[in-house]
Write a protein that binds this ligand. Structure first.
Ligand SMILES: O=c1ccn([C@@H]2O[C@H](COP(=O)(O)OP(=O)(O)O[C@H]3OC[C@@H](O)[C@H](O)[C@H]3O)[C@@H](O)[C@H]2O)c(=O)[nH]1
Length: 390
């Protein structure tokens, strides 16, 4: 009896326990299903979110890449690679000041002297010179660029005296004026109209020579005087109205090549690197009297127009304008002195030099067109003439 009652009690307890256990198991099951569900939806959400994030990231990446590219370019320009420069000992390294050193001839001279290992200071007022002509040296330890107008007193001659420097005057074949002697040698005194339209330039250079030699005699300053004949090459100013830049720009843009007068006047053109080598040879010499630097290969201006037209492959016409006043009718350097005393003579053939100049002007036109500025060759000298056949 007791045992039966005991059994009922145990089984009742067990049933309750079983129910409890079953309840707990059910709860655990529901919890696990819910957990999985929550987990799954979390994962789902996450993958949607990750997907979205990936898309945004790749969009950002797309936008940022060009900026990174720009930064890399900028970094490259900061860690600028300069043209190769020779090492010169303290004894051989010179400190050279070039006035107008950002101009056409000046910037080529700057390149040569920098690459030879000298310390170069360029002074320019950037009227016709351009920073672009020397920008590849900016930041170099041997290079200094000063924005200054030498018309304001910098007293180049005084400076030369103070530091015991040698002074180079870039004089010109224009000191011979419209010459009555042909070819022109250094002992010819010239034929300049002192009140004509070219007088300021011609007489200005003649006075500069006079001052240099007076200074040499009075103050003992060493001077070198180069009489530079017509020179051309890359970095010529596009709008200076000179025949080489005018003809090349006109030919490249399919405009008429403007010949002043009949075109029978002659000139002899030297390539700029020949001139620069001549200037350096002169500075290193002990020749203190004037020296002609030019290429004696003489052409008429009409021949020259046809040559440029052919080299460019241009269909431009040749247009004859009236003659420029006091235009020298013949010009050709006698370079015996330079050959003998400097061991110098030009070596760049005319066509080779012209092709380099044409390449330069073509690039300049592209560059300016990309900057939304399309230049016309400026008829700076047209003031001297008007159309003959209009
Ligand atoms: O469009 C043109 C430009 C020029 N010319 C002619 O081409 C010849 C050369 O003229 P440029 O203006 O190029 O040069 P120029 O010989 O007159 O003077 C030059 O010579 C020596 C340098 O020192 C001077 O700086 C430079 O002006 C001149 O006969 C001129 O009349 C043209 O027929 N058409």
């Amino acid at each position: 009896m007791v045992s039966k009652a005991l059994l009922r009690l145990v089984s009742a307890v067990n049933r309750r326990r079983m129910k409890l256990l079953l309840g707990i198991a059910l709860l655990a099951y529901v919890a696990s299903v819910w957990g999985n569900f929550v987990n799954m939806s979390f994962l789902l959400n996450r993958s949607i979110q990750e997907n979205g994030e990936l898309k945004i990231e790749s969009k950002i990446e797309e936008m940022v890449e060009p900026l990174r590219e720009k930064i890399r370019d900028l970094e490259k320009s900061f860690t600028q690679k300069y043209p190769p420069v020779k090492f010169l000992s303290e004894k051989d390294r010179k400190r050279i000041l070039i006035t107008g050193g950002a101009g056409f001839v000046g910037s080529h001279l700057t390149d040569k002297l920098m690459m030879d290992g000298h310390e170069v200071t360029v002074v320019d007022n950037f009227f016709t010179g351009r920073k672009r002509n020397v920008e590849h040296w900016i930041g170099h330890e041997n290079f200094e660029l000063i924005n200054h107008d030498v018309v304001e007193p910098l007293y180049i001659e005084g400076l030369a005296k103070r530091v015991g420097a040698r002074l180079l005057l870039a004089s010109t074949s224009e000191v011979y004026g419209d010459p009555e002697v042909h070819p022109q040698s250094e002992d010819y005194w010239g034929h300049v109209n002192p009140i004509g339209p070219r007088a300021c330039y011609d007489e200005g250079k003649r006075v500069a020579e006079t001052m240099c030699y007076a200074y040499m005699k009075q103050e003992g300053v060493e001077v070198r005087v180069a009489r530079i004949f017509n020179t051309f090459g890359p970095r010529m100013h596009m709008n200076d109205g000179r025949v080489v830049s005018n003809f090349i720009l006109q030919a490249l843009q399919g405009e008429p090549l403007t010949v002043y007068g009949s075109g029978s006047q002659t000139r002899a053109f030297q390539y700029v690197s020949d001139l620069v080598n001549g200037l350096v040879a002169l500075m290193n010499s002990n020749v203190s009297s004037p020296v002609n630097l030019g290429n004696p290969e003489e052409h008429t201006i009409l021949e020259f127009a046809q040559l440029i037209k052919n080299l460019v492959g241009s269909g431009s016409e040749i247009q004859f304008l009236s003659e420029a006043q006091d235009d020298p009718q013949k010009r050709k350097p006698d370079i015996k002195k330079a050959k003998l005393m400097l061991g110098w003579e030009p070596v760049v053939p005319l066509e080779e030099g012209l092709n380099k100049a044409i390449h330069y002007f073509r690039k300049e036109l592209e560059y300016q067109a990309n900057n939304q500025y399309i230049p016309k060759p400026k008829p700076a000298r047209i003031k001297k003439g008007r159309t003959r056949h209009s």
